[in-house]
Design a protein around this ligand. Structure first.
Ligand code: AMP
Length: 288
C-alpha cells in the first residue's frame, strides 16, 4: 500500500510544512521544488506538491489520502475534511474590514446592500446570511484591500495576521469570520481504511513530536546528592527529572526536558546549589 500526501507547493504554508516534515524524518531530497511528485519508497509514501487552494478538493475526491492546508482554505472549499492535527503555524483570521473613515469602521454596523470584496466568497456569503444581511459578494482573486478605494466594494473580507496590511491600506478590522491555522487534513474515506489511518496517524505523531520538541531543551547536570530534593523545584520538567546516582562521588546525574524560556533561570539556580557539568542540548523529537 502506498499512501499519498499533498503539500502546498508555494506560499505561506510551504516552507514550514517542508521544515516540519524534514525534522520528522520525512526527507524529500533536493529536487522537490521542480518535481511536483516525490516518492519515498522506504516509507511507502508519495508526496504531491499542489496549490494550497486545490488540496481540499484532491483529498476529498480521493486523489490523495491526506495533506496540509489552511483551515480557511478548507472551510471555503466546503469539503468537510477531518482535521488530523493542527500544525500550530500559519495563524491568521478571515475578517471583515472597511475604510477607516467609513460608517462601518466607525461602529454604525453593516447594512443591507453592503458590497464585500473577497477571495472567500462562500464563507463571506454564509457570514452575511448568518447576520441576516442582504449584501453583494464581489469575488476577486487577490488585492481585496484596494477594492473600497476603487469603488468596487464598501468593505472586504480578507486574511489578517499582524494587521499591518490593513493599516497600510487605511482599513479597519470590524469583525472576525473565522480563525485559521495550518492543519493536517484527511478524508473520511482514507481514515475509514484501517491501514491508511494507522499510517496517517504515524505521520501525524511524528510531526507532533517535532512541534513539541521545538521550544524545549534537554538539560543535564551533576547535582550534589544532598541537594537533590531542591532539583524538582528548580526544574519541574516533563515527567520529572531522571536521577542516576554516580556511586562514590556524592553526586547524581540529573536529566530533564525544560522549556527554552526556563533554561537561563534553571542553569543559574542549579549552579547556586553546587551542580557541575551543566549541559543543555536541542531536542529533535519528543515522543511520549
Ligand atoms: P498581515 O499584514 O500580517 O495582517 O497579513 C495580511 C496579508 O497576508 C494578507 O494579504 C493575507 O492575505 C496574507 N496572509 C496572512 N496570513 C496568511 C495565511 N496564514 N495564509 C495565507 N495568507 C495569509
Amino acid at each position: 500500500m502506498t499512501v499519498r500526501m499533498a503539500v502546498p507547493n508555494k506560499g505561506r504554508l510551504n516552507e514550514r510544512t517542508i521544515e516540519l516534515m524534514s525534522k520528522a524524518g520525512i526527507v524529500l531530497g533536493p529536487d522537490w521544488g521542480r518535481r511536483l511528485e516525490v516518492d519515498i519508497p522506504s516509507m511507502d509514501l508519495q508526496v504531491f506538491f499542489l496549490r494550497a487552494q486545490d488540496i481540499p478538493m484532491f483529498i476529498s475526491s480521493g486523489s490523495v489520502d491526506f495533506g496540509v492546508t489552511g483551515q480557511d482554505v478548507e472551510a471555503e472549499a466546503g469539503t468537510g475534511l477531518e482535521t488530523v492535527l493542527p500544525l500550530e503555524f500559519g495563524h491568521c483570521r478571515l475578517s471583515i474590514a472597511a475604510p477607516d473613515s467609513s460608517d462601518i469602521a466607525n461602529g454604525k454596523g453593516m447594512k443591507d446592500g453592503i458590497r464585500i470584496a473577497t477571495s472567500f466568497p462562500k464563507l463571506t456569503s454564509a457570514f452575511l446570511e448568518k447576520k441576516g444581511l442582504k449584501g453583494q459578494v464581489v469575488f476577486v482573486q487577490g488585492a481585496a484591500e484596494i477594492m473600497p478605494q476603487l469603488g468596487v466594494s464598501d468593505a472586504i473580507a480578507d486574511l489578517v495576521a499582524t494587521g499591518s496590511t490593513l493599516r497600510m491600506n487605511r482599513l479597519r478590522e470590524v469583525e472576525t469570520i473565522m480563525e485559521s491555522q495550518a492543519c493536517l487534513f484527511a478524508s473520511k474515506a482514507a481514515l475509514g481504511d484501517k491501514a491508511k489511518k494507522a499510517f496517517i496517524d504515524t505521520i501525524a505523531a511524528s510531526l507532533y513530536s517535532v512541534i513539541r520538541a521545538e521550544g524545549k531543551k534537554y538539560l543535564m547536570a551533576d547535582v550534589p546528592v544532598e541537594k537533590l530534593s531542591e532539583v524538582e523545584k528548580i526544574i519541574p520538567g516533563i515527567g520529572g527529572p531522571t536521577v542516576i546516582p554516580l556511586d562514590g562521588t556524592g553526586y547524581a546525574a540529573v536529566q530533564v526536558v525544560v522549556s527554552t524560556a526556563d533554561v537561563f533561570r534553571s542553569v543559574a539556580e542549579l549552579e547556586k546549589i553546587g551542580a557541575k557539568g551543566i549541559l543543555t542540548m536541542p531536542i529533535e523529537r519528543l515522543v511520549e
